[in-house]
Design a protein. Structure first.
Length: 414
């Protein structure tokens, strides 16, 4: 396997060691093949909001498997999950299930082009929208971690149709719209970015983006693969009170099984085949195991009206502890947090975009990561990723993490 992994973010290349090979995980803990136990802040990069191997979800998956792992045909579970998503995110008038976040964003891009008859898209530096050719320019996540500005293999003409703007800077978008008036099909944004570390869009910026897209007939696409069902019940759209035209989902919607989805305004979604001419298909799309995991994940949230408040309050205890450590050690690093997502940036600057994220001292991050791992805390192996907390994390986990954080920061700043 190239680099020993099936997805680059799993490699520990940027932190100078070999990746762990995982044997199992339960609740907030993950265990490597050598039997070591770690407190897990990766959470499979977002999906495990109820912790690993949640009994209700696992039992439901087992039950569904008895009825076959795939039909390649429509089933009731797809309708149940679609209705749940619509209940959580009212802007979703119609939805199409796919198998990954990448598939969701690529399909949403084709749809926006089909709807507008335009070809160019705008994205933001440091945002990651999966590995579709059009998105691999100045992208976040593993692309940023490995320091790859663009990817070989993307044709010049594809690259030319992607325009990059600066996150939280509406004038950078206005300039591109002015320069390419009438050619821009869509603006893609992670409203709460997780792929340059955790960076929230400013509300006024997001509203201005909404207004600009409406005025110019551009399809505004919120990529909520990470933020969906994470930062609030209705994702970033609820948090900001701003609706997108189309939204992409992944991760939590599949409860840890491979699912993505895209949806939104029905006048746009009606163009998808077989209702309309924009083609998009999938042998395993909406498969019963993945739908079951998604349904149980969302139902477990739905049944607890205080789910996000309780999770957020629990996380504040950890953030307070981490902030006190910084104060006590007289370090000016920056903690960005949004609900149960957070990043400790090894930078004294306020981090509001990709440029400020890149002021972080990544060598120091690597040293910190290694210290934390040696203290049995499993963090994303990159400065440009978010940590994820589940409702299975306990006070004891947080106390241990705060103590490990203090020791690690002290050791690397001797
Ligand atoms: C915001 C966002 N969009 C798209 C993707 C791609 O999703 P997947 O890895 O399921 O293809 C990711 C993955 O991390 C993501 O964070």
């Amino acid at each position: 396997m190239p680099g020993g992994v099936n997805s680059p973010v799993r490699a520990f290349k940027s932190v100078g060691r070999d990746p762990l090979y995982i044997a199992k995980a339960k609740g907030s803990k993950i265990y490597d093949v050598d039997g070591n136990e770690f407190i897990d802040y990766i959470g499979s990069w977002g999906p495990m909001i109820h912790g690993h191997a949640n009994e209700r979800i696992i039992d439901a998956i087992k039950g569904a498997a008895e009825d076959s792992t795939s039909f390649g045909a429509s089933s009731e579970k797809e309708i149940v999950l679609a209705k749940l998503v619509k209940k959580f995110v009212p802007a979703i008038e119609m939805i199409r299930m796919v198998n990954s976040g990448t598939e969701a964003t690529m399909s949403a891009m084709r749809l926006a082009r089909g709807f507008t008859g335009r070809e160019k898209i705008i994205k933001f530096e440091g945002c990651y929208h999966g590995h579709g050719d059009s998105f691999l320019s100045k992208a976040g996540s593993g692309v940023a971690t490995l320091g790859l500005p663009d990817s070989p293999g993307v044709t010049r003409s594809t690259a030319a149709d992607t325009l990059n703007a600066k996150f939280n800077d509406i004038s950078s978008v206005e300039i591109l719209v002015e320069q390419h008036r009438g050619s821009i099909a869509a603006v893609f944004i992670e409203p709460v970015a997780g792929n340059m570390g955790c960076v929230m869009a400013d509300k006024a910026f997001l509203q201005a983006l909404r207004d600009l897209c409406t005025a110019e007939g551009i399809v505004l696409i919120f990529d909520e693969v990470m933020s969906g069902f994470r930062v609030a019940r209705g994702g970033a759209q609820e948090l900001y009170g701003i609706n997108a035209d189309l939204t992409t989902f992944g991760k939590i919607i599949g409860g840890g099984l491979p699912v993505g989805a895209y949806g939104g305004r029905s006048d746009i979604m009606q163009l998808i085949a077989p209702a309309g001419p924009v083609y998009q298909a999938g042998t395993l799309s909406g498969n019963p195991l993945a739908m079951t995991a998604g349904i149980e994940t969302l139902l477990s949230i739905d049944e607890d009206p205080d789910f996000y408040k309780n999770l957020g309050d629990a996380c504040e205890y950890l953030y307070d502890g981490l902030r006190s450590n910084l104060t006590e050690l007289r370090l000016d690093y920056t903690i960005n947090a949004c609900g149960s997502m957070f990043t400790l940036f090894f930078s004294g600057e306020e981090v509001t975009d990709f440029d400020s994220a890149k002021t972080s001292d990544t060598a120091k991050f690597a040293a910190y990561f290694n210290q934390m791992l040696n203290n049995n805390v499993y963090l994303p192996p990159s400065q440009y990723e978010a940590n994820f907390i589940s409702n299975a994390h306990t006070r004891d986990d947080f106390d241990k993490t705060i103590a490990a954080n203090y020791a690690a920061l002290k050791a690397i700043n001797k």
